[in-house]
Design a protein around this ligand. Structure first.
Ligand SMILES: Cc1ncc(COP(=O)(O)O)c(C=O)c1O
Length: 497
């Protein structure tokens, strides 16, 4: 039987990703009856060896077959051919550019001026694709929780969060040198909700918040929606500019400093140890609290070993917020915060008035997921995938980026921030790239006020791009950049959006 699979021809030079090619071949073999219903497909290892391709490519192809109803899997046994007559029709592709939504860019997308399709190489989204979600394992723990907890999983829950989950999280945190008590952990429905709850609890109309400039657009939107004024401080390669930070603290007396110290979104920069200690010291000196948004510090591909601010927080100024969305399933809406004792009660009240509690079923299932060892296993799986994508992106950029464009290698995270030369028409590039099936996030959307004229960065995220698409996507993008730098056709032919 393996001989049949060996005869599958995949074209490594093709613009279609290898996993899609494999998926299409297998789908055809299923549809024409060559592979009959209930036939066991070769194992991922055997097929990857037979076709001399990466195991992840085979896993992705199998997952796509399952998603579209051409295959099914039996836990611990393997993947089997489904009855293709029951295959579900493919739904229309809908891709949500997670961070363009805050801006006028969404109208650009909605008005069909930027098209996202199945073919699009999406460097704009910093979110994992759904084929990587551990649905099968999560289903197992969900079922176990339903049997174990029955109706109590569906009653109103403790607003602070399911206690055993808080215990599991406190245990995991020890690995990042954060030693905290489950009593200081607040479960939230995603980091976005955490930022909102803290703002709701502690900001009044007109209060100042310091943010990095540029920063995560979702945080800017929260602070603005709470009527806060944003004082932004320039982000440098090793963290905030400390002189400007101190000046801003003195001048505006902000209640909060919002920071993403490791692999910052969007710049990918990380704070030096010195700046980590200094920002905590300055917050204490000027009576501000820090929101430390840790969305991907654990994706540390070059072992830089950063210490979270929370681990240096001896005087309880840091509110640590952790998202699971980049590793796990963002739609589950799960995250947590560590809140200083003094702020705890107000935080619980704000959470209660927001949604009473995060879903009990989700919390209980996630707790079991951690306790049964699935979390560590899945983390390692995602780490390896992201790491491969990171190095593939760096390698492709080093080989093809025109010399006028510069960038710093972040060493981890999900984003790479390209510095285009002064006057470079990023909007033209975006328009042209999207009509050639490549999209990215223009740097200007990450600024809270009017973006300075001199800013013309672009953010490339590799989270949602398959490794075998990266080279092709980067090459296409670099060729378009080179063309624009040469002042060729694109300047003339593309109207600025
Ligand atoms: C820096 C940062 N913080 C928070 C979030 C929101 O995460 P969650 O899905 O946990 O709400 C994101 C999402 O992209 C992010 O980039």
């Amino acid at each position: 039987m393996i001989e049949l699979f060996k005869s599958i021809q995949l074209d490594k030079e093709s613009k279609t990703s290898l996993y899609l090619q494999l998926f299409n071949c297998l789908k055809e073999l299923i549809q024409d009856g060559t592979l009959p219903p209930d036939l066991k497909l070769p194992s991922v290892r055997k097929l990857s060896e037979a076709l001399k391709i990466n195991q992840i490519t085979v896993v992705s192809a199998f997952k796509q077959l399952e998603k579209e109803g051409f295959a099914y899997s039996k836990p611990g046994s393997g993947t089997y051919v489904a009855n293709s007559l029951q295959a579900v029709p493919e739904s229309l592709p809908t891709t949500f550019l997670d961070e363009l939504y805050q801006n006028d860019d969404i109208s650009v997308i909605n008005n069909d001026r930027i098209k996202i399709s199945d073919q699009t190489i999406n460097f704009a989204s910093a979110t994992p694709t759904s084929d990587l979600f551990p649905v099968k394992d999560f289903k197992l723990v969900l079922n176990e929780v339903l049997d174990r907890d029955k109706g109590s999983a569906f009653g109103y829950q403790d607003s602070q969060g399911f206690y055993p989950l808080r215990e599991s999280i406190a245990e995991i945190l020890k690995r990042s040198s954060i030693h905290c008590n489950p009593e200081n952990i607040q479960i939230i429905s995603g980091a976005q909700q955490g930022i909102d709850i803290i703002s709701k609890a502690f900001l009044s109309q007109g209060d100042y918040v310091i943010t990095e400039s540029p920063t995560y657009t979702g945080a800017i939107a929260v602070f603005k929606s709470r009527g806060a004024q944003i004082a932004d401080v320039q982000m440098e390669k090793d963290g905030l500019n400390l002189n400007i930070l101190e000046y801003t603290l003195q001048k505006f007396k902000p209640k909060l400093i919002y920071t993403i110290p490791s692999f910052q979104n969007p710049t990918g920069c990380s704070y030096s140890n010195y700046k980590r200690a200094e920002i905590v010291r300055l917050a204490e000196k000027y009576g501000a609290y820090i929101i430390e948004d840790d969305y991907v510090s654990d994706l540390d591909f070059e072992n830089r070993g950063f210490s979270p601010l929370k681990a240096l927080d001896f005087n309880h100024r840091v509110i640590y917020i952790k998202s699971f969305s980049k590793i796990f399933m963002p739609g589950l809406r799960l995250g947590f915060m560590i809140v200083p004792q003094k702020l705890k009660q107000q935080t619980i009240e704000a959470k209660h008035t927001t949604d009473i509690s995060t879903s009990g079923l989700t919390q209980r299932a996630f707790d079991l997921y951690i306790r049964e060892g699935y979390w560590d296993q899945h983390f390692n799986f995602m780490f390896d995938i992201y790491k491969e994508r990171y190095f593939e992106t760096i390698h492709a950029l080093d080989g093809h980026l025109p010399k006028e464009v510069t960038y710093s290698k972040p060493g981890g995270g999900l984003n790479i921030w390209l510095d285009m030369p002064y006057g470079f028409p990023v909007n033209n590039l975006l328009k042209h790239a999207s009509s050639n099936d490549v999209v990215f996030a223009p740097g200007r959307i990450f600024y809270s006020g009017n973006c300075p004229q001199s800013i013309n960065n672009i953010r490339l995220s590799f989270a949602a791009v398959y490794t075998d698409q990266i080279k092709c996507g980067v090459e296409k993008l670099c060729a378009m950049i080179a063309s624009l730098l040469d002042g060729k056709d694109l300047y003339q032919s593309i109207r600025i959006l």
